[in-house]
Design a protein around this ligand. Structure first.
Ligand code: FAD
Length: 397
């Protein structure tokens, strides 16, 4: 049988790109990942390497200086990167979502202004919906942009910004309340420019510092406080207020494929570590892989890794075909993240006591896997989306 997570029907270019990223992961990420993660150190050299590989512009069209690749190519690269270290995939993900939103919803001027620099990784993106009192219930946001003679003034508090410190362009969802009846039409995405770093990073924009997290270390996750940040109406994504909710949901759909891909990468790595350890560790006179309980566990792990990969690829291909993929992305995200946690736990058990030691990679994967259940919508939220869709499709007439 071939190795897990192979993908049929790739073009030569896709195969080459994924191969190059895999090699980069083997050479530059895996050897340093656990050390940097334990020190909570930003992977500066790795990020520079990814810029050289063109990963920051993978999906940005060639006319704007990117590689013009598909969501599938992007997702397969993310899977490889997360196999090495999930935090690194986080560096490119919010950047990618902002670039995607610009490509699909930005004005031509906004595309010209940002995409070429984003393709080079010179402008780095973050996206911000969540607030201290909400994550799943996006419609409840309270950060507000109030119109004035010079544009808008934004006030409020945002929470959980991945790349909140290192980014220089943040797509921020705010309430604009310009009279629309539907709560969804009262939301607008602003493109907020800021300096990288912490403290007051732009007029009226403060990034207090890094949130200390259980895993997903190295990468900065922050709050962002707006105190009358003055911004021009030209910085509204797409030029018109009231479209923010739909723009963000479009971004989140590709973001969900990305989290599914990350979960596949972590699960694949956990499987590799487990199957390797199981052939080296001996108990009762033979390698533990030869105990049926362990080989059955490996069989279940392999099946889960393969199933999650297949679902993730299907969701990416549907979006690449120009179709909505909310249900497929929701299914892929839910299944891949739940399976990821199960596979990581199974691998952890195979490692016995050593799995609990920081010397073994599985310890890091164990902490990383948990975040897959939360980011880009919890499993409960995916179930809401899937449940609504299946009931509509199978409605009794
Ligand atoms: C490390 C990290 C990075 C993040 N990065 C970003 C980012 O870059 N940008 C950004 O905008 N956000 C980001 N987030 C926020 C993330 O998207 C939210 O944490 C997530 O959507 C869940 O929201 P919440 O934490 O507010 O949980 P809540 O919405 O409060 O949910 C709490 C629990 O209730 C359940 N629940 C909620 N509503 C329902 C319902 N209707 N039915 C059944 N169960 C329900 C949830 O599934 C969950 O189990 C990040 C979060 C973390 C931890």
């Amino acid at each position: 049988m071939p190795r897990l997570c192979q993908t049929d029907g790739l073009t030569d270019v896709q195969t080459e790109i994924v191969k190059a990223v895999r090699q980069f992961v083997e050479d530059k990420i895996i050897p340093v990942a656990s050390e940097l993660e334990h020190k909570d150190e930003y992977p500066t050299e790795i990020v520079e390497g990814l810029k050289e590989l063109g990963v920051f512009g993978l999906m940005i069209p060639e006319e704007y200086g990117g590689l013009g690749e598909s969501l599938l190519t992007y997702a397969l690269c993310v899977e490889e990167i997360a196999r090495g270290w999930m935090s690194v995939s986080g560096v490119i993900n919010t950047h990618f979502i902002v670039a995607y939103m610009l490509m699909h919803h930005g004005t031509e001027e906004q595309k010209q202004k940002y995409l070429p620099k984003m393709a080079l990784g010179e402008v780095r993106g973050a996206f911000s919906m969540s607030e201290p009192s909400l994550g799943s219930d996006v419609a409840a946001i309270s950060t507000k942009a109030v119109k004035n003679d010079d544009g808008y003034a934004i006030t409020g508090q945002k929470m959980w910004l991945t790349n909140g410190g290192s980014s220089t362009l943040v797509a921020v969802l705010v309430k604009t309340d310009e009279g629309a009846e539907s709560v969804y039409k009262n939301m607008t995405t602003f493109l907020v420019e800021k300096e990288p770093g912490f403290g007051e990073t732009a007029q009226g924009v403060t990034v207090p510092g890094k949130i200390d997290k259980m895993g997903y270390k190295g990468i900065d996750t922050t709050e962002m406080i707006f105190e009358g940040h003055q911004i021009s109406a030209d910085q509204i994504l797409g030029g018109e207020p009231g479209k923010g909710f739909y723009q963000m949901m479009d971004g989140v759909e590709v973001g969900r494929v990305n989290v599914a891909a990350r979960a596949c990468g972590i699960a694949n790595r956990a499987f590799e570590l487990g199957i390797s350890y199981a052939q080296q560790r001996e108990t009762f006179g033979k390698p533990i892989a030869q105990h049926q309980a362990i080989s059955f566990r490996l069989a279940e792990m392999a099946t889960k890794v393969e199933t999650a990969h297949t679902m993730m690829v299907k969701a990416a291909r549907k979006k690449d075909d120009g179709q909505r993929n909310d249900v497929e992305a929701g299914m892929a995200k839910m299944l891949a993240s739940e399976y990821c946690n199960e596979v990581v736990e199974a691998s952890f058990r195979i490692h016995g006591g050593y799995g609990y030691s920081k010397e073994y990679e599985i310890e890091r994967l164990y902490r990383e896997a948990a975040f897959m259940l939360i980011g880009e919508g919890t499993s409960d939220i995916q179930k809401m989306i899937i449940g609504r869709a299946v009931l509509k499709e199978y409605q009794l007439r």
